[in-house]
Design a protein around this ligand. Structure first.
Ligand code: F6P
Length: 462
């Protein structure tokens, strides 16, 4: 088989000055890819994010070669924050308040040039790594232009791109300047195969691509462009299989016991997220408040624990949102709490061990994103939970396609419905809880990372 080269902005390892390294990365995608590549002879191309990474060309991690793409920090910053985070993330998650945002100006043009340059450097690094005729697996919105650039540099390669986020609908895409929208879509169309977590995101891409000159449909799953066929595939992923093993480590079990002690018999409503605008943390707090106001008998009998990892501190909106969430939790605690009971506990910290411990003992897990490409929390929870905990799940999460019928589905904008769902989840009869929780954990194991990647490679080479 030709050489397999995968590329993503964030890599599987962080190198520190003085020789230290940490394997693994925050966020949903990196752990999936690390697990998927475990047994494969592959290379992983990623951004150099520390001085040590910028100095070295690469390292070996779990038997695979990791190659760093080194660009001047200000170029990376413009591409990452200026375009990937501020434009593409907001676009695909429909986060703009369009009365004020976005404003595309000179700064956007400069950032876009940095994005193009970054994508070009990735394409070159991938071709260097693969030689001719490689198999290229490009990941996510940071690298949307890489497929077309790869095709120019190495026409005999096989090229796949996978989008881990939602893909914006037409009305969202039409917010972009026309030239930027066309470059993005044509960049992706350079691939032989485009992968998405759900049919809905694939259909959104298809509708947008069909607006371009020279693109025609060949059924629902294929497009024709410049005499080539581009396949649109749907590949939902479920979490790595070693999660249970990690969660059974003695240190995690000890943390779990301490958490149960602190709960002192109270029910646990858990949320696990990045501190991220699309995760709908604030409306989640309001829904819990509404639940407590409607159901006085639950006061003092439940704790809502929000384990939130810090994210994108460089972007002003994230700071504003984080402060608003914390203020709302403080207000609810002040209005509804009692000397011996704090209704909401918010922890903003990277603490994977605490997350694994809490997954084991929740009674209900609240996953209510405004929109989400997939959402692995909705699957990690049921995989590790030992109390037949119920899942409250946004119908706008990609994971709803897999888990929806076993969860309590919610409209993420409707506070009243979510308040009702919290009650339904906490008061669900035991037989029903256990039936649903078995079904959830089965569904959450249905397509682990190695199978997810394997089926994409098989389809790409078919
Ligand atoms: O959802 C797709 C994803 O790539 C996740 O892996 C991650 O949560 C996020 O987007 C990117 O996060 P970051 O900007 O921290 O790399």
């Amino acid at each position: 088989m030709s050489r397999l080269v995968l590329a993503s902005n964030r890599g599987p390892v962080t190198l520190r000055d003085g020789g230290g390294r940490t394997v693994g990365a925050a966020g949903g995608m990196a752990p999936i890819l690390i697990d998927a590549l475990r047994e494969l002879d592959a290379s992983w191309v990623c951004s150099a994010s520390t001085p040590a990474e910028r100095r070295g060309r690469g390292v070996q991690v779990n038997g695979m070669r990791v190659r760093f793409v080194s660009l001047p920090p200000e170029v990376l910053e413009r591409a990452y924050n200026g375009i990937s985070n501020r434009v593409l993330w907001f676009l695909h998650h429909a986060l703009w308040d369009r009365s004020l945002q976005p404003v595309f100006d000179e700064a956007t043009t400069t950032a876009w040039s940095a994005y193009v340059r970054t994508n070009r450097s990735f394409a070159r690094a991938m071709v260097r790594e693969a030689g001719s005729g490689g198999i290229h697996m490009v990941q996510d919105y940071h690298l949307s232009l890489v497929p077309a650039l790869l095709r120019e540099l190495s026409p005999d390669s096989r090229i796949a791109h996978f989008t881990h986020t939602p893909f914006a609908d037409l009305s969202g895409l039409h917010v972009l300047p026309d030239s930027m929208r066309e470059e993005l879509l044509r960049g992706l169309l350079g691939a032989d195969q485009l992968g998405f977590h759900t049919r809905r995101w694939a259909d959104n891409f298809r509708r947008a691509a069909l607006e371009l000159d020279g693109v025609t449909a060949k059924g629902r799953s294929h497009l024709s462009v410049g005499g080539r066929t581009v396949r649109l595939g749907v590949y939902p992923v479920t979490p790595p299989q070693d999660l249970r093993q990690q969660a059974n480590a003695p240190s995690i079990l000890a943390k779990r016991a301490r958490l149960q002690e602190r709960l002192a018999g109270r029910a646990l409503l858990l949320r696990v997220d990045r501190m991220e605008l699309s995760k709908n943390i604030l409306r989640g707090f309001l829904a819990y408040e509404e639940f407590l106001r409607r159901n006085r008998k639950w006061r003092g009998k439940v704790v809502h624990l929000a384990l939130l990892s810090p994210s994108r501190a460089d972007i002003a909106e994230y700071g504003v949102y984080s402060r608003a969430c914390k203020a709302e939790a403080r207000r609810i605690n002040a209005e509804l709490g009692a000397p011996d009971w704090r209704p909401i506990e918010v922890r903003v910290k990277d603490d994977h061990a605490e997350v694994l411990a809490a997954y084991g003992v929740y009674d209900a897990l609240l996953v209510n994103p405004v929109v989400d490409g997939m959402n692995l929390v909705a699957m990690e929870g049921p995989t590790l939970n030992g109390r037949n905990g119920a899942l409250i799940l946004s119908r706008e999460a990609g994971a709803f396609d897999l888990l929806g019928k076993h969860s309590v589905g919610v409209n993420p904008f409707d506070i009243g419905e979510q308040a009702g769902a919290i009650r339904e989840a906490l008061e669900m009869p035991e037989g029903e809880r256990s039936r649903r929780s078995r079904a959830l954990s089965r569904a959450a194991a249905s397509n682990p990372p190695s199978e997810w990647l394997g089926s994409q490679v098989r389809d790409l080479l078919a």
